[in-house]
Ligand binder design. Structure first.
Ligand code: IFM
Length: 440
């Protein structure tokens, strides 16, 4: 029998703003990404998600393609501004209906729907009211989650609340590289807290749902054994991994990270019982892994770079890189899965994103190499006892890669944007074969 077992979820992932397009269809309201894309210089080439892969209109043929590839599960995100254009109050039935049609099309083909409730597209009116740094946004998120769950809970068993709150908080509110483009380190820490609070409140508002959250985690190591470099690794591990894992799974912020962050925030925004709410029971931890981080102490602090990481620089590990410039290292995925299992035994893990941008066209041997080596890491993790329930390739389709626009392609299916024609790359056929065989 294959290492992965018969119930292993073989899937592919996407997100709403990156593929749907149709930003003004059926009452959808503006999100922070619509606004950010209109800022000159914010996104490569002035690209926007206005049309993207036009999945909103092509979801039926996209689902048929998924079925041809033999996918067992599809991870997509629900656009909050379609369902609740103002971010509060009125629900637009047309938004819910789109996700009901998508879900039914998947179920008809025997593909498990795995929705994420928030993949970065905050309704603009909520940002105008203060965004994630504002505590009320967490309550609004729970209200939206309850409405979606009420509408689709009869068809969908497993829900992911947030995708990569690190990015929403720190790229959105500290570096300003993502929407809404703010550069306010203290606000970014409040945003991170309120995102996690929103997760906990949403979990409570969805009775009977199986709940997961997806984090972008990484394997961090120091460039040398020198105390300064080791401290740099501790800091990055603190901000990137433990700052989210500990509240969610231990109901506490890591003390060393709070010390590092003392010059930025006194954490007075954390109220009694927040951490208890955040640490709601989790049915799954979603792991998004792309690249490891080799870090060293920085000579000169860079105050506006990453909150809490001003004393750190990322070193060159000398490995091959993807088109995004990210170093390729499957050993980092294995180390990460083993570490998560050791730190949180019994917690089911799922690789909710893994993949690579390459610009090699349809004969994407480089992508096959990346996926194969990382799947081998997953197999090894399972052999070593990690409860890994599934693997989702990022991404099903070429799509809008945030501030990079359409410059790089992550899809196993090529999208010709002018015609919207889909063509499976060699990696798609390879992955279909892996799924058919139940493993490598
Ligand atoms: O495209 C993104 C996705 O939206 C979130 N995780 C990382 C991917 C690649 O950058």
């Amino acid at each position: 029998m294959s290492t992965f077992g018969p119930d292993f979820l073989w899937g592919a992932a996407t997100s709403a703003y990156q593929i749907e397009g149709a930003v003004a269809a059926d009452g959808r309201g503006p999100s922070i990404w619509d606004t950010f894309c209109a800022v000159p210089g914010a996104v490569h080439g002035g690209d926007t998600g206005a049309v993207a892969a036009d999945h909103y209109h092509r979801y039926r043929s996209d689902v048929a393609l998924m079925a041809e590839l033999g996918l067992r599960a599809y991870r997509f995100s629900i656009a909050w501004p379609r369902v609740q254009p103002d971010g509060s109050g009125r629900i637009d039935q047309r938004g819910l209906d789109f996700y009901r049609r998508l879900t039914d099309a998947l179920l008809d083909r025997g593909i498990e729907p795995r929705p994420t409730l928030y993949h970065w597209d905050l309704p603009q009116p909520l940002e105008d009211a203060g965004g994630w740094p504002h505590r009320d946004t967490a309550a609004r998120f729970a209200e939206y989650a309850a409405a979606v769950h009420q509408a689709l809970g009869d068809r969908i068993g497993h829900w992911t609340t947030l995708n990569e709150p690190w990015c929403s908080a720190f790229l959105g509110y500290a570096t300003g590289r993502h929407a809404p483009g703010r550069r306010e380190p203290a606000a970014a820490l409040r945003a991170a807290h309120h995102l996690m609070l929103g997760h906990g409140l949403a979990a409570r508002a969805m009775p009977g749902a199986r709940i997961g959250i997806t984090l972008n985690l990484t394997d961090v190591s120091p460039r040398t054994g020198a105390p300064d470099d080791r401290d740099a690794a501790r800091r990055i591990d603190g901000m990137q991994n433990r700052f989210f894992l500990d509240p969610l799974l231990r109901a506490a912020y890591p003390a060393d990270v709070l010390d590092d962050l003392a010059p930025v925030s006194d954490f007075a925004h954390v109220r009694d019982d927040d951490l208890k709410t955040i640490a709601a029971p989790l049915d799954q931890l979603g792991v998004n892994y792309y690249s490891p981080m080799l870090v060293a102490a920085a000579g000169t602090p860079e105050p506006s770079a990453y909150v809490g990481s001003e004393h750190v620089r990322v070193a060159d590990g000398g490995r091959e890189r993807t088109a995004m410039g990210w170093e390729i290292d499957d050993a980092g995925l294995l180390a990460l899965l083993l570490r998560l299992h050791a730190d949180h035994p019994g917690l089911p893990l799922c690789v909710t994103e893994n993949g690579a941008a390459f610009d090699s066209g349809l004969q994407d041997l480089d992508r096959i190499g990346y996926l194969e080596s990382h799947l081998r890491a997953c197999a090894r993790a399972i052999e070593l006892g990690v409860p890994l329930t599934g693997y989702f390739v990022w991404s099903l389709l070429d799509n809008f890669e945030w501030s990079h626009g359409y410059r790089h392609r992550f899809g196993i299916v090529h999208v010709d944007y002018p015609t919207q024609r889909r063509t499976p790359k060699d990696s798609a056929y390879w992955y279909a074969d892996v799924i058919r065989r139940g493993g490598l």
